[in-house]
Write a protein that binds this ligand. Structure first.
Ligand code: SF4
Length: 491
């Protein structure tokens, strides 16, 4: 098979970890001469990088695979692959459910993808690459050597200046050791392994040299990062300091933090180092101690609240983002009310709310009933989002009249739509912005609408020109909706 001529289609599901894995996989494929296409119709290789955190995400992939039976029938040479967490969780069961599948590859084996694809193409037999071998027996500090070499192998995104990455993810850690009872991640992504600090700083520096302005350090429990160096342990606060010191970097973020592993030194760095954004994503999951215990989260509501108070003592304007699961096994109306109370008390900037979905093989699946009816889960989900929406609107309205710093990411979705509908020509389509619907207020020319984020991760929409894209600008806020600030460039 002439690999120079091959095309690939890759669709990504799930979290930032998967987005980063897909970027690295694409770098490898392109280095081997493969070309990306945007439709399965034109692809020689069709791959899904998958998520197992909720049943819904897996169902979507199974349905996509079902649609591909016809493709395989008409074009039997097409290679179909499932990458990531679903491959690792379902293993050979995936081949049983989708016999037309050629390849399954777990997250820890993605660095072998070109070789695995070549194997499939030559042998025409299904291939599985899974990571059962990683062990938790080695102490956490000494597991750095078990980090797979995906990042090291693929440096294209950090050496190709034309890639022009404005914002980039840098992984600091793989896997998780927490085993929250509902979660499949420790099974699919293996034990927690932290990358050497020098490797992380080097990758971040190369990204900044290639034009990157904002870096987000990624880890499943990013604040539990630890790696040995010269006979001592480098922890997350020190890693943040080292990345912060890279010349040319404007902003540094990190996700996701685990409350029980928090080290107060991280707050000190957030307060004292200007590039570290005042934004903290720190999932609580529930406001009930009974449910937190059933989830094995290893902290209490009081401890979590103390942590949020300390965060505000160090960084008074810190923007807090939380994750909550509603309808977990045994969650009563009172337990849910405690979650609502926690959300009101913390006053998050934003929330990610998930309806509990039982995952096969987890402790909750083995020993806890999924006993909250679907309609109650939906109701609690909506109620929590409505509470947050009130809080978000109030917080954003307080910014009206103020000036915020925005890193301009590009044209807004609406502007891109307006432009593509007119073959890229500037047209003065006007649509009322979200907050003005139903009134005769301001009408903005859509095709010039730009979007970016503040250091507090607030999405901000305003009019500007292509020259502003990739730059830091100051925007005077005119109005706000629960999700967005609207304004005008002030400088
Ligand atoms: S900390 Fe808990 S929820 Fe987060 S990835 Fe690990 S096991 Fe899953």
């Amino acid at each position: 098979m002439d690999r120079q001529a091959l095309t690939y289609f890759l669709e990504t599901f799930g979290c930032q970890m998967n987005v980063l894995d897909s970027q690295l996989v694409e770098g490898q494929l392109q280095a081997h001469g493969l070309r990306r296409v945007s439709s399965t119709r034109d692809a020689d290789l069709i791959m899904f990088n998958t998520c197992s955190v909720r049943q819904h995400a897996e169902d979507k992939v199974l349905s996509r695979l079902g649609e591909l039976k016809r493709v395989k029938l008409h074009r039997p040479d097409t290679i179909i692959g499932v990458l990531g967490c679903m491959a690792e969780r379902m293993k050979n069961e995936l081949f049983e459910q989708a016999p037309h599948l050629d390849l399954i590859c777990g997250p820890g084996e993605l660095f072998r993808l070109p070789e695995l694809l070549a194997d499939v193409a030559e042998s025409r037999t299904p291939v599985a690459a899974l990571t059962d071998s990683l062990s938790r027996r080695t102490s956490k500090v000494n597991r750095g050597h078990e980090v797979d070499p995906l990042e090291v192998l693929d440096q294209s995104r950090t050496t190709d200046v034309s890639a022009n990455v404005l914002q980039a993810y840098v992984r600091v850690q793989r896997g998780c050791d927490k085993f929250c009872t509902y979660c499949v991640v420790p099974f699919t992504r293996g034990p927690e392994r932290s990358r050497p600090p020098a490797q992380i700083v080097d990758e971040a520096r190369r990204l900044v040299d290639a034009g990157c302005r904002e870096i987000t350090l990624l880890g499943q429990t990013v604040n539990s990062y630890v790696h040995p160096e010269d006979g001592r342990a480098v922890r997350f606060a020190e890693l943040l300091e080292r990345v912060n010191d890279i010349d040319g970097l404007d902003r540094l973020r990190f996700v996701t933090s685990f409350p029980a592993d928090w080290d107060e030194d991280i707050f000190r760095v957030m307060r004292d180092y200007p590039r570290v954004c005042p934004y903290l994503h720190i999932p609580a999951q529930s406001g009930s101690d009974r449910i937190l215990k059933a989830m094995k989260r290893t902290y209490t509501v009081a401890e979590y609240l103390r942590l949020m108070d300390t965060a505000r003592e160090y960084v008074p304007d810190i923007a807090l983002a939380g994750d909550f699961i509603v309808g977990f096994s045994g969650e009563t109306a009172d337990n849910f009310q405690s979650t609502v109370d926690l959300v009101r008390r913390v006053e998050y900037k934003s929330l990610f709310v998930f309806k509990y979905s039982v995952r096969p093989g987890t402790a909750a699946d083995r020993s806890q009933l999924d006993d909250v009816p679907a309609e109650i889960k939906a109701q609690r989900n909506n109620e929590l989002l409505a509470v947050q929406s009130e809080i978000s609107l109030r917080q954003k309205q307080a910014l009206v009249g103020q000036t915020v710093e925005v890193l301009v990411e590009g044209y807004s979705k609406a502007a891109r739509k307006a432009r593509s509908a007119n073959n890229g020509e500037l047209v003065q389509l006007t649509v009322q912005s979200e907050q003005d619907r139903g009134s005769e207020a301001t009408r903005e020319p859509l095709s010039n609408q730009l979007v970016g984020r503040t250091p507090h991760d607030l999405i901000t929409v305003f009019n500007g020109t292509a020259d502003h894209i990739g730059r830091l600008v100051h925007v005077r806020v005119d109005s706000a909706s629960p999700l967005t600030l609207f304004g005008q460039i002030a400088d």
